[in-house]
Design a protein around this ligand. Sequence first.
Ligand SMILES: Nc1ncnc2c1ncn2[C@@H]1O[C@H](COP(=O)(O)OP(=O)(O)OP(=O)(O)O)[C@@H](O)[C@H]1O
Length: 305
Amino acid sequence: MSIREGKVLLIANPAAQNGAGAAAADRAATLLRAALGPDAVVLAKTAGPRHASEIAERAEGCATVLALGGDGIIHEAASGLMRRPANARPVFGIVPAGSGNDYARTLGMSRKVDEACEQLLAAEPHAVDLGRVNGHWFVETLSFGLDAAIALDTVERRKRTGRTGAVLYAEAGVDQLLHHLDARRYTASFDGGEPTSGESITFAVQVGPSYGGGFKICPDARIDDGLLDVCIAHPPIGVAGAAFVFALAKSGRHTRFRQMELRRASSLCVRFDAPVPAQIDGEPLEAEAYVIDAVPQALDVLMPA
Ligand SMILES: Nc1ncnc2c1ncn2[C@@H]1O[C@H](COP(=O)(O)OP(=O)(O)OP(=O)(O)O)[C@@H](O)[C@H]1O
């Protein structure tokens, strides 16, 4: 079903990208109403964290739900939709207006509002996989360790300084690299296999390739293969080596280093010996053990043709 059939609910985070989301929301609503009709599009601006999830869960009578903002709001809206019965779940789409926009990169959506609306108007739905950890859904990324510490530090820095984008991520990266290059002991079992133990500096579990504002941590991950791609960075990696690997990860060329272990699995369980920073689509997540699986073709998502 295309966006042209049925009502569209546009859930927008006015606070995304340090407040730029408000104008982006009005612009997208205007463009979509011009194309689809004045009554075809309902704009709902979020009032705060988790509101997008509640709005999406209550999306009665809508054929399409769009999330406008960053990966956080996309994560929340998709989670809300997944709480609806499968036979009453609207098609999902995004208007990227965030800071990192990793899911937008994966879907191939433009980060310009006008272009993204054009793409949505011509898009067809595609059944894509979602990840699930301890009952929480994720659209793109779940990770533990250094990179999660960087992602979470980035959010803090953005709030503090008002700066955005890959430069901010790199800045947080340098700081965390210098002060928190910790190896974390883990035990993991893949697809119900025998548990194995090891040490990781980062441990990423991806639906799509991208995290941290465009770093291709699992460059070959596909969102419709029914599998999760895993990248485990093992020690030893010194500060200079880690910085080098980190820079190469921007284009996915870090995978050739012997410290990188790449795997695919439909499910895994991971436990760390000590509390570890963890991020799910850029938001913090805390648990003692993580039970993770891929849910194939979980959500119909509008993707550019
Ligand atoms: N009205 C609001 N005021 C403040 N925060 C909000 C509001 N609505 C939602 N949020 C929260 O804002 C956070 C960040 O939102 P979002 O991901 O859309 O933008 P971003 O952080 O700029 O982008 P990215 O996640 O791609 O870096 C989310 O955790 C969300 O819950």
